[in-house]
Design a protein around this ligand. Structure first.
Ligand code: F6R
Length: 323
């Protein structure tokens, strides 16, 4: 599975080279991204990027209910790598009923079939990958579609540079991932990812990667919100057995200071800390770098524990029950 992550720059380049056939000759009030798990994270990352670069809000929906405020003034992106996820298909059906403009994104499945049946634009993803490993195909495909439709003001150079960056930094990501995997493997207890705003989506991505690849539970703590609730939990701590992986953007001095402060509070209950300092120039570089390190380190940890990173038996079990 590690090779899928090491191919990320190629995946991103292919997605950017693919011509965009969808054209909207209009603007939208907001973009709503519906998807679950490894597909839904695309919405979280787009939301982070739009807050920095765009005037258009991006809202992520990770359930089966299309929010009541969704209107034909919005653009709905329905993303499911497999195209068969029940929650995402329900959103598609509700959007059809409510005449919401849509673009669907999948490698195939029912989503593709239904989109074709109803004449809804469909972006085809390469097949044969784990959804979580296909982040660049989904993210860069959507970034290009939004850019060409003047819906996201992120400079195209930032997008292109991030692809070159990912290629150049793959070796460093492997090295960082190796150190993290060895360290997490030595540590015990709950893994806590401690980070700062606006890296919420990256923290969440890290959690999901360690959950799905290494099969361990993870908690994500994000400053400054953490200072307004979690912090109190360390006054009379109930749980003491955890390990803290800090993730910081070195160019964000306030963010680094906040994560330093969090360490002083965690230190009441644990001495196990490791810090991942994100590489890159743009926010996109940093999110992709961190995501690559999380993907590789969680796979490496799985191997150290004698576990297959690719298999996600309990998700399949849930999907059988959910339909
Ligand atoms: C598995 C994975 C999961 C799926 C999720 C939704 O690699 O990442 O989190 O992404 O179960 O399935 P899809 O992406 O097919 O809609």
């Amino acid at each position: 599975m590690e090779e899928m992550y090491l191919e990320w720059s190629r995946q991103a380049r292919i997605a950017l080279e693919k011509p965009v056939s969808v054209r909207f000759n209009r603007g939208f009030r907001s973009i709503i991204v519906a998807g679950m798990g490894g597909s839904g994270i695309v919405g979280d990352v787009l939301s982070t990027l739009s807050a920095k670069y765009s005037s258009l809000p991006v809202i992520t929906v990770k359930n089966h209910i299309l929010p009541g405020y969704t209107s034909p003034e919005d653009l709905l992106l329905v993303v499911s790598y497999s195209g068969n996820t029940i929650e995402t298909l329900r959103i598609f059906d509700s959007a059809l009923e409510r005449n919401i403009p849509m673009v669907t994104v999948s490698s195939g499945g029912l989503l593709k079939t239904r989109a074709y049946e109803h004449g809804i634009p469909h972006v085809k993803l390469p097949e044969g990958l784990a959804p979580r490993a296909s982040l660049p195909s989904m993210l860069y495909g959507i970034l290009k579609l939004l850019y060409e439709n003047n819906l996201l003001n992120i400079p195209f150079k930032i997008i292109e540079d991030s692809v070159v960056f990912l290629e150049e930094k793959a070796g460093k990501a492997v090295a960082d991932a190796g150190v993290i995997a060895e360290w997490v493997n030595r540590c015990k207890g709950l893994l806590v990812i401690s980070t700062h705003s606006p890296l919420e989506s990256l923290g969440l991505r890290g959690k999901n990667e360690f959950n799905e690849n290494a099969k361990i539970p993870v908690k994500v703590d994000v400053a400054p919100e953490w200072m307004h609730n979690d912090i109190v939990g360390y006054e009379e701590p109930f749980l003491k057995d955890f390990t803290v992986l800090e993730v910081v953007d070195p160019d964000d001095k306030v963010g680094v200071m906040l994560v330093d402060f969090m360490r002083t509070i965690y230190a009441k209950v644990t001495g196990r800390f490791h810090r991942l300092v994100l590489e890159g120039v743009s926010l996109l570089d940093k999110i992709m770098y961190g995501s690559m390190v999380f993907g590789l380190s969680s796979c490496k940890l799985a191997r150290m524990r004698g576990i297959d990173p690719l298999k996600t038996a309990s998700i399949l079990e849930y999907k059988k029950v959910a339909g």
